[in-house]
Design a protein around this ligand. Structure first.
Ligand code: NAP
Length: 277
């Protein structure tokens, strides 16, 4: 039995077991994917001994993504650039850390809006953990200008210092006018998430060919996505990113590259609608 898990604190609301156990069953693998709640005090030791704890690999989520990178013997380029890891696996008895959030973000964007205008500036809202993966992915794709808006300007400036000249930090209050000439708007803030305030933004400044991407996936249709639909702009939801980011880890652990199917999407969407958290 090949055991894997997602480790976080808290971890109750994670949809990762739903996704990976769907694939384990679909591909008839002798495996099991569970949730592990591990507090700050013990996370380093727990990850260091992942294999003796019974796991061939794991996903790591908030608040342990940085520790996952520190614990590993080696890391992929994405985890190093982002400064955090969400996937752990073993190679030659060494623990390897990877970050697949940027991959999930881009793959879902390419699938949902294949001709999104990558030659125009992109607007990114937020400068937290998810924003780093999004900025990394956009830079990998060759987007040459990223306009970054964050409530706490100092955090946006720290990201700009790390990711380079392509990032223009702009005041949070100018997030509506600042959309002019952008080909992509990405919300990586927690605004619009169930229980939080909605994101207040005027989309009328966006060009008609622009794509609006909200990585928040609870609820599935956020107020931002609803506003994009009213303006008849193409929109991309956060659930697809969650599903696609799971693909590389599953392949590392189980040796099969799994498919993100409409059946899987519907199953997780149903779970989100039923629990709304
Ligand atoms: P995080 O590191 O805590 O960052 C939160 C961001 O939201 C910060 O930029 C913060 O701004 C901003 N923010 C929070 N409350 C705000 C408010 N009232 N007004 C303005 N800005 C506010 O969180 P994260 O890990 O980046 O996650 C952010 C969101 O992305 C969450 O909803 C998460 O579920 C989602 N996410 C989705 C996926 C996916 O696969 N679809 C993956 C990762 C994350 P300050 O810096 O000013 O505090």
């Amino acid at each position: 039995m090949k055991r894997t898990c997602v480790i976080g604190y808290p971890i109750e609301h994670s949809r990762s077991p739903l996704i990976h156990n769907y694939w384990i069953k679909k591909y008839s693998i002798a495996g099991e994917y569970t949730k592990k709640s591990v507090p700050h005090e013990t996370i380093f030791e727990y990850l260091k001994k992942l294999k003796s704890n019974g796991f061939i690999g794991a996903n790591v989520t908030i608040p342990h993504k940085r520790t996952a990178l520190q614990v590993a013997n080696e890391a992929d380029a994405a985890a190093v650039a982002i400064g955090a890891a969400n996937t752990l696996w073993y190679e030659r008895e060494q623990l390897i850390a990877g970050n697949t959030d940027g991959y999930g973000f881009l793959t879902h964007l390419d699938t949902s809006a294949p001709d999104w205008p990558a030659d125009r500036p992109a607007a990114v809202l937020g400068a937290g953990g998810a924003a780093q993966a999004v900025i990394y992915a956009l830079q990998q794709r060759g987007v040459s200008k990223i306009r970054l808006f964050n409530r706490t300007r100092a955090k946006a400036e720290a990201l700009a210092a790390r990711f380079g000249d392509q990032i223009d930090v702009a005041p949070w209050q100018t997030r509506s006018e600042g959309l002019q000439d952008c080909g992509l708007l990405v919300n990586t803030t927690a605004l619009g998430m169930a229980g939080n305030d909605p994101l207040e933004i005027d989309l009328s400044h966006l060009p008609q060919e622009a794509v609006v991407y909200d990585i928040v996936y609870v609820p599935l249709k956020t107020p931002l996505l609803a506003a994009a639909q009213v303006r008849q702009l193409r929109s991309v939801d956060g659930l697809g990113m969650l599903l696609h980011q799971a693909v590389p880890g599953f392949e590392r652990w189980y040796g099969i590259r799994p498919e993100v199917t409409s059946e899987l999407y519907a199953m997780v969407a149903q779970d989100i609608s039923a629990s709304s958290c």
